[in-house]
Design a protein around this ligand. Structure first.
Ligand code: COI
Length: 381
């Protein structure tokens, strides 16, 4: 598969720059080298971005990382290339049979200038688990982290200043080999790109208003709801569009089997706070094992809260004092109301609440202002 537009792949020139390799012509590579060393020279050069008005839309950065598997399932070392379009065989597994997984993680710039990744090993392991479910080759945990690191380092000027957001990394794994019949693709591509982001929802940091969807489920037992398959997202767009057209922020889905239990929001997990107890749907195969979800649970337990991972009946929404959503893109987002069958239940929002306490500890660890005693943070620059 020819991935490169700006840097031809044919060349064997492989300069080693700041610990990573690049494919490309000598000329193209020296442009890259010049660019990076210039950024280094000027201490910290930032890209030309309106950092105060970042949302969650794609901002085109400089480089992306890619590697392909061969028939034995091993991936080549990989290389950085200019961010741009990719070329695919029309019979590629991703296009015909949906063999694809996404991941999401963030690089933060701390007040001290360090650039930090949050628990990238968990993203790597989740991608491996998803790849097994989807019969795909996957890169090793080390290779995954290496690809992410290279992407961040090459796009360092796109990591927002402290407090202005993060560089969202989107690792993709997809069947790039051709197959006409329904079969696992013979070749896979692992690709990482990034975009600077701030708040996921247009509401910014204001509380979300969710709508409980009763017709379209997000996942079903035996399906792929528990892994980050690309095919988990397209089917819920219609429910999201309906909810958003009625002024809601997002959709809360019910389980496909009984329609009685809450599952998750389109791109985030959900938590209910009831006194000293925090409740969230258990990861039974239909719920995505979110990394923010897992981290928030660990922080809550450390703080002495009781955490229950179990089936959560939709009726329980009435009994919660606070509700919040978690996700890499979402962060820890307060929910102000949930509407179910024309009844709107409102929740406490604001400072001095459990949601805020959990959010500030998590963000503190992610950005390096709270000491990382759990070895969650990987310093890459
Ligand atoms: C993330 O939180 O990183 C996600 O993958 C959600 C995304 C689909 C926007």
């Amino acid at each position: 598969m020819a991935l490169l537009r700006c840097i031809p792949q044919s060349s064997t020139y492989l300069p080693k720059i700041r610990g990573f390799r690049m494919h490309g012509t000598k000329a193209a590579a020296s442009v890259v080298e010049e660019h990076i060393s210039r950024a280094e020279r000027e201490d910290e050069e930032y890209a030309d971005v309106d950092w105060d008005n970042l949302g969650f839309s794609l901002v085109r950065t400089d480089y992306m990382f890619a590697t392909k598997s061969s028939s034995d399932g091993n991936f080549d070392q990989g290389y950085l290339s200019r961010y741009g379009n990719i070329e695919l065989n029309p019979a590629a597994g991703i296009l015909n049979y949906g063999q694809g997984l996404i991941e999401g993680l963030k690089a933060y710039r701390g007040e001290d200038g360090r650039v930090l990744l949050f628990r990238p090993d968990l993203n790597a392991m989740r991608m491996k688990m998803g790849a097994e479910r989807m019969c795909m080759h996957s890169p090793s945990v080390q290779h995954f982290i290496e690809g992410v690191k290279q992407t961040v380092l090459a796009n360092r000027r796109w990591v927002p200043p402290p407090g202005k957001g993060s560089l969202y990394l989107r690792p993709l794994l997809f069947g790039s080999g051709a197959s006409l019949g329904v079969a696992a693709a013979p070749e896979y591509t692992f690709l990482v790109f990034g975009s600077p982001v701030q708040n996921y929802f247009k509401e910014g940091t204001a509380a979300l208003n969710l709508y409980v969807e009763e017709v379209v489920p997000r996942a079903y037992l035996g399906g792929t709801g528990g892994v980050k398959a690309i095919s988990n997202y397209g089917p819920v767009l219609e429910a999201m569009r309906r909810a958003k057209s009625r002024g809601f922020s997002d959709v809360l889905y019910l389980d496909a089997e009984t329609g009685k239990n809450i599952e998750e929001v389109s791109a985030s997990n959900i938590f209910l706070v009831k006194g000293n107890t925090i409740v969230t749907p258990a990861t039974n195969g239909t719920i995505l094992g979110g990394i923010t979800r897992k981290s928030v649970i660990e922080i809550a337990l450390d703080l002495g809260y009781k955490v229950e991972e179990r089936s959560v009946a939709v009726e329980e929404l009435k009994d919660a004092r606070e509700v919040f959503c978690t996700g890499t893109a979402t962060g820890v987002a307060s929910v102000g109301s949930i509407t179910f069958q024309n009844t709107r239940t409102e929740y406490k929002v604001g400072d001095a609440l459990v949601t805020q306490q959990l959010r500030s500890i998590l963000v503190g660890i992610q950005t390096g202002s709270i000491q990382d005693t759990k070895d969650w943070v990987l310093e890459i620059a």
